[in-house]
Design a protein around this ligand. Structure first.
Ligand SMILES: Nc1nc2c(ncn2[C@@H]2O[C@H](COP(=O)(O)OP(=O)(O)O)[C@@H](O)[C@H]2O)c(=O)[nH]1
Ligand SMILES: [Mg+2]
Length: 301
């Protein structure tokens, strides 16, 4: 067992030693599309990966998923049997999974050593305040899985300063709630030009630079002028934490997907590989912009 986290745990607890991504974000932000594209990229690089579908919603089984929560229970049956609406039923499904994690453990254990891509449901409260999902992810960590949260947000929100401030607030609370190494992504960048003119250049949105410009721009609209103080305070909270930045992603652009993967590999610690490396090597990987995937084969596991 190479994971340092595992050394703190009982040997029998550490059943999954490996790496993976928890792909989270609002509905329609592109999570399932991302998971499939990332799976294809990893496979083309010779990295053994599999998709774990934790979304009980949707009409069809996720194509290519090795494990699906729908094997345990489906949203439709929960809605009809417990007379719940779609949102309540989805929260019930996650709470049910939280109390039946032995099912997930036994399903994942047979794939030990694989890189896991968790396709999570698109219910925002799961990421901002509901306890079930962080608890499930924490348990996966206790089993030795070193996960990185990949949070997708539709780049459409950049076209509206008020919505972009909301996205920054949601992204920050998600980072604080989920408590994992975290990478925020602006998805569907290929559509950004169709979405309309941006008030600032793209770097301003991805780097989350001085937000006073955004507040000024927003409050130049008479409708928002009377809420200036509120927006200033929200911007202050986001800047004080200084945690939120984004990586742009267009699913058809393999280079942007590679960039996401290299950032995720740094965040999760995958790129550091063998823990026996010298401190110098670790530092050079940490600061080096160019991480050569090809030189890090599957022998990490
Ligand atoms: N143009 C474009 N469409 C995308 C991209 N990523 C996802 N989509 C589309 O966005 C829609 C929602 O994606 P999906 O993966 O189902 O979102 P989920 O609900 O978060 O799982 C689908 O029609 C996808 O084809 C992208 O990078 N570019
Ligand atoms: Mg989906």
């Amino acid at each position: 067992i190479r994971s340092p986290q595992c050394r703190w745990l009982m040997a029998e607890e550490c059943v999954l030693a490996g790496f993976g991504q928890a792909v989270i974000g609002p509905p329609g932000s592109g999570k399932s599309t991302y998971v499939r594209a990332m799976h294809a990229l990893l496979t083309s690089m010779g990295r053994k990966a599999c998709i774990i579908n934790l979304d009980p919603a949707g009409e069809e089984e996720e194509p290519g998923a090795a494990v699906s929560l729908r094997e345990l229970l489906g949203l439709e049956e929960v809605m009809s049997e417990l007379r719940l609406g779609p949102n309540g039923a989805l929260l019930y499904c996650m709470e049910y999974l939280q109390t039946n994690l032995d099912w997930l453990q036994s399903r994942l254990q047979s794939m030990r050593g694989t890189y896991f891509l968790f396709d999570c449901p698109g219910q925002v409260e799961l990421y901002t305040h509901h306890p079930a999902l962080p608890s499930i992810l924490r348990r996966l960590g206790e089993w030795g899985l070193r996960l990185c949260a990949v949070h997708l947000v539709d780049s459409h929100y950049c076209t509206d300063p008020a919505k972009f401030i909301s996205v920054l607030c949601t992204s920050l609370s998600t980072m604080l709630h989920v408590e994992l190494p975290h990478v925020n992504i602006l998805s569907k960048m290929d559509l950004i030009e169709q979405y309309g003119r941006l008030a600032f250049n793209m770097d301003y949105y991805t780097e989350v630079m001085d937000l006073s410009y955004l507040v000024d721009h927003l409050t130049s609209d008479p409708f928002f002028r009377r809420h200036r103080r509120l927006h200033e305070k929200l911007a202050e909270v986001i800047e004080d934490y200084g945690l939120v930045t984004f990586i742009p992603l267009s699913i058809k652009d393999e280079q942007s997907l590679q960039k996401v993967l290299s950032t995720v590999d740094k965040a999760s610690g995958f790129c550091y590989g063998d823990q026996q490396r010298s401190l110098g090597n670790l530092m050079s990987v940490a600061v080096g912009a160019d991480f050569h995937f090809a030189s890090y084969p599957n022998d990490f596991f």
